[in-house]
Each structure stands twice: as structure tokens, then as C-alpha cells.
Ligand binder design. Structure first.
Ligand code: BG6
Length: 492
């Protein structure tokens, strides 16, 4: 069904997110008729632009960033529903003007007073915008219309700031009106983790400590810090990736079955899972920073030589950690997580390694040489699921070799044209918060990493840079697993 009529108000509409992801996602939703006929967008930003300039800017950008070829007729219909308001986010006058514009747009487009405010600005504006929206009474729901707010990441810089932001949001909105985005949850393959686990009878019975030896979650990127040095210097890999994206993957993989697919049922289970993570021990968290190197035949500079990065920066561009989950399902099963920039390939995957058989019938193959059963959920790219198991190598004696079964999304469903934001935007417009983080989810994530971040403030980092661009992180990350007699899987 098409989403509810509404006005999407994008704060920070002149920025990157709008042109690269939000507008292409809106266009894709329009194309499959999931937007209401009565839909409109108001862009708010401090850039001085007229309405026509805004429209033609977005027209040019959609041709550059759309994931499908753009139909001019469809775009024109959308374009007529684009409005722009120039103003400062901290200035109350901006919100008075916004109020007037919303009344006009409601009249012009029949949007019925439903407003979705998207905070796509720098995080330093989140509190101000929420407070101003509250003061202008734009967050008040009455006469049957709804008001919702989407908050982009980063959600806080640490536990205290995340709590403070939750408090500010909570002073003008109810939890039900707040949609905290983690764009990983918009990825089809991430949602598929739940379908794979809870829509099949085969896997869930073995999804536990009796059968699983360890789990490895890898989110590797080839890109460096790009033009975001300013932001990244204050952030680092743990804040940028671990506390949110990696923990979401972990929660989807390891949480208990929810009682339903309702937002709170799913989010309750995520919280329980995050709460069961044992306090991290500093020895089990490795940080790294890339030096110069050769990546896919291109020479790239060290992190410290990137624009707007300090020459003696101690910011980590790589993190690897071992954690354990103290519950009946996962006790003693190590979860190894790693993420980094300037790694050899862009790949996100969850690799589940199963325990070996208890004894071996086929003595020609020593137990320790037997390749373990491995299930790999490939989140991106080449989305799919891969299973490795042993088979008899043809011949007069019994010898075992590893073989594989491979499911590729593209083979069944074609290649995806989705940006990942379609589902998230649509869900907000229909009021489904299942794929959004609740206040306690975010705080629990911070609670896990906060002690490590605090500890790192007090001890100097290892000799940065400690990995060469194009390598799989520092030696210490390999040592973390070899201490346990294991090694990182090299993604294909
Ligand atoms: C963002 C981080 O949240 O996720 C970036 O801020 C990172 O540093 C990006 O590059 C990765 O997202 P994706 O969807 O490309 O894996």
C-alpha cells in the first residue's frame, strides 16, 4: 500500500545525504507507487537558494545519483512538490517560516498535516532543531495527524551525549515519534538475517553454543577517510562503525526470536542481547591506523596525510574486538568483530564457523586438517549466503575435501536498485519503527564501547600507523585470534 500523505521536511537538504541517498530513494519509492499521491518535500538549509534553484539543483543531482534511469514525466511530478526554505537551524524565525510554509504546502498538496522531519544535518544541530520544533509546536500531534522525527547518525559521541540527546528528544517527542536511523538496517541482506533464521526450520535449532564454534563479523572498506577528515578525527572506527552498524549486525545474528515482528518485540530482544555482552577487556580490543600503501594498484597516502587530519593523529581507522555474550545460547562462543578503512576489499559478511565432529571415521584425514563447516552471510557486495561442508573426493580411498553451496541474491532476484533508504523512509511514513533504534538500544551500544573509549584516552595508541593500506589491519588483530587458536577468514 502507498504510504500516508505527508510532508517530508529535510533539514540539511543542501548536503550530501540528500542528493546521494534520500532523493534517489524517494524517486525509487515514487516509481513503485509507494509514495502517497499527496506527498511533498520541504528542504531546509542555510544555503541561500530560491525555490526554482533548489528544484533545478535536485533535477541535476537526480540524474547523477539515481539508481535507475530517470523518467522525466515522473520526475516533473515530484519536482512540483519540492519546496525550499533558507534559514539557520538555531533561529526561531526559521521555524515560524516553516510553520507558514507547511500550512501552504498542506493546502497546495493535500498533505493533511502529517510531517516527517528528517535531521540530515551535522549532529551538533540535532538538539537545537528538536528543541525549536518543539517550541514551534510542530511536534504536537492532534486532529488525527502525525508528527515524526528521523535522526541520522552519529547518535551521540559517547554514552553521556547519547543520553543527553535522548533526553532532549524526549522532552518534545514521545518515543513512538522518534526514528533513529542505522542505514545498515535498510539493507535487504541485513533484514534477511531474520528471515533466514526465523523463516526456516533448518537453522535455528543449531544456532547456539552446542554447534557453533565462533562467529566473525567483518565490515571492510577500501575507501580512506575521503573528505571527512574533520568529522572522522573526532570519531574513529569504534564510534563510526562498531557501536552502531556492527552491533546491529551482531544483534540480528545473535538475538533471541522476538515474539512478533512488531517494533518493540524486536527491539526488546536487541536490548536483551546488547545487555548480555560481557564487559570488554582492553586486551581484546585492537585499534589500528592505516599508513600509506598500495591498494588495488593505486598508491594511497597514510591517514595522517589525509586532508584535515592531524599529522600526529591518534584516531583509529581500524578496530577489531572479541566479545562474549553471557546467556544460555551463546556462553563461551567468541564473537570476533572487525572493521576498517583502506582494507584490501569492500566486504561486509558474517561468518559462522561450526564445531568439528566429535570423532573422525575417516582416518586418512586428521581431524585438525578437516575444514570446518562454515556458513557465510554476505551482506555486501555480491549479496548471498554460502555454505561450506566436507565431501568425499572421488577415488578408491576415503579422502575428504571442502565443497560449497552458494546462493546469490542476484541470481534469484536480479541486481538491486535500492539505496537502502527506501524501506526506512517508507516505514517511517507508515509508522513502523521495527528497523529503527529505540533509545535504550543506542545507549546499550554505547555502554559496551564507552569503557574502551575512555581507556584509550588514557593510554597512548600503539605505534600508529600500524597497518599498511591494502592489508587486513594490524598484526595485533591477527594475534587476537591466534591466541585462541583461530584465524580471521579471508573474505572471497
Ligand atoms: C557510515 C560511516 O555510517 O557508513 C562511513 O560513517 C562508512 O564511514 C559507511 O563509510 C559505510 O556504509 P556502507 O553502506 O557503504 O557499508
Amino acid at each position: 500500500r502507498a504510504a500516508d500523505p505527508c510532508v517530508l521536511v529535510i533539514f540539511g537538504a543542501a548536503g550530501d545525504l540528500t542528493k546521494r541517498l534520500l532523493m534517489p530513494a524517494i524517486y525509487n519509492l515514487a516509481q513503485v507507487k509507494l509514495l502517497a499521491q499527496n506527498f511533498a518535500i520541504i528542504g531546509v538549509a542555510h544555503t541561500q537558494l530560491g525555490q526554482d534553484d533548489f528544484r533545478s539543483k535536485l533535477r541535476q543531482e537526480i540524474h547523477e545519483f539515481a539508481t535507475v534511469s530517470v523518467d522525466d514525466g515522473l520526475w516533473r511530478t515530484l519536482e512540483q512538490r519540492l519546496y525550499y526554505l533558507a534559514g539557520e537551524f538555531q533561529d526561531a524565525k526559521t521555524y515560524q517560516k516553516l510553520q507558514q510554509l507547511l500550512v501552504q504546502v498542506d493546502q497546495d498538496c493535500g498533505t493533511g498535516g502529517n510531517y516527517l522531519f528528517y535531521l540530515a544535518t551535522g549532529a551538533n544541530f540535532f538538539c537545537d532543531i528538536a528543541t525549536q520544533l518543539g517550541a514551534a509546536k510542530l511536534t504536537q500531534e492532534d486532529n488525527g495527524h502525525w508528527r515524526r522525527v528521523i535522526v541520522e547518525k552519529p547518535f551521540g559521541h559517547d554514552l553521556d551525549s547519547a543520553r543527553a540527546l535522548n533526553k532532549t528528544l524526549g522532552s518534545v517527542l514521545t518515543e513512538r515519534q522518534i526514528y533513529r536511523i542505522d542505514h545498515y538496517l535498510g539493507k535487504e541482506t541485513v533484514q534477511n538475517i531474520l528471515v533466514f533464521r526465523f523463516g526456516n526450520g533448518l537453522f535455528e535449532p543449531i544456532w547456539n553454543r552446542n554447534n557453533i564454534d565462533c562467529v566473525q563479523i567483518t565490515v571492510a572498506e577500501t575507501v580512506g577517510v575521503e573528505s571527512r577528515g574533520n568529522f572522522y578525527e573526532k570519531t574513529g572506527a569504534v564510534r563510526d562503525m562498531v557501536q552502531n552498524h556492527l552491533f546491529q549486525l551482531l544483534a540480528m545474528m545473535a538475538m533471541e526470536p522476538p515474539t512478533s515482528f512488531e517494533a518493540d518485540a524486536v527491539r526488546d530482544e536487541k536490548s536483551k542481547l546488547l545487555r548480555s555482552i560481557q564487559p570488554l577487556d582492553a586486551q581484546s580490543v585492537i585499534r589500528g591506523q592505516y599508513g600509506e600503501g598500495n591498494l588495488n594498484n593505486t598508491q594511497v597516502v597514510a591517514y595522517r596525510c589525509e586532508p584535515r587530519v592531524a599529522q600526529d593523529s591518534t584516531t583509529e581507522t581500524f578496530a577489531a574486538l572479541k566479545l562474549t555474550i553471557d546467556n544460555w545460547r551463546w556462553a563461551d562462543v567468541p564473537f570476533y568483530l572487525r572493521t576498517g578503512k583502506r582494507l584490501p576489499k569492500r566486504v561486509t559478511e558474517i561468518a559462522i564457523q561450526f564445531k568439528q565432529v566429535p570423532s573422525l571415521l575417516f582416518h586418512q584425514t586428521p581431524l585438525e586438517q578437516l575444514t570446518p563447516n562454515l556458513l557465510v552471510i554476505r551482506i555486501q557486495p555480491n549479496e548471498g549466503i554460502w555454505l561450506q561442508f566436507g565431501a568425499k573426493i572421488p577415488g578408491p580411498t576415503i579422502r575428504m575435501g571442502a565443497v560449497e553451496m552458494d546462493f546469490c541474491y542476484a541470481d534469484y532476484f536480479g541486481s538491486t536498485t535500492s539505496t537502502g533508504y527506501e524501506t526506512l523512509l517508507y516505514d517511517c511514513m507508515i509508522g513502523d519503527a521495527t528497523l529503527f533504534q529505540r533509545a535504550d538500544n543506542v545507549e546499550l551500544g554505547w555502554q559496551v564501547v564507552n569503557p574502551i573509549l575512555e581507556h584509550w584516552q588514557t593510554v597512548p595508541p600503539p605505534n600508529f600507523p600500524n597497518y599498511t593500506a591494502g592489508m587486513w589491519g594490524p598484526q595485533a588483530a591477527d594475534d587476537l585470534l591466534s591466541r585462541d587458536g583461530r584465524q580471521w577468514r579471508t573474505p572471497d
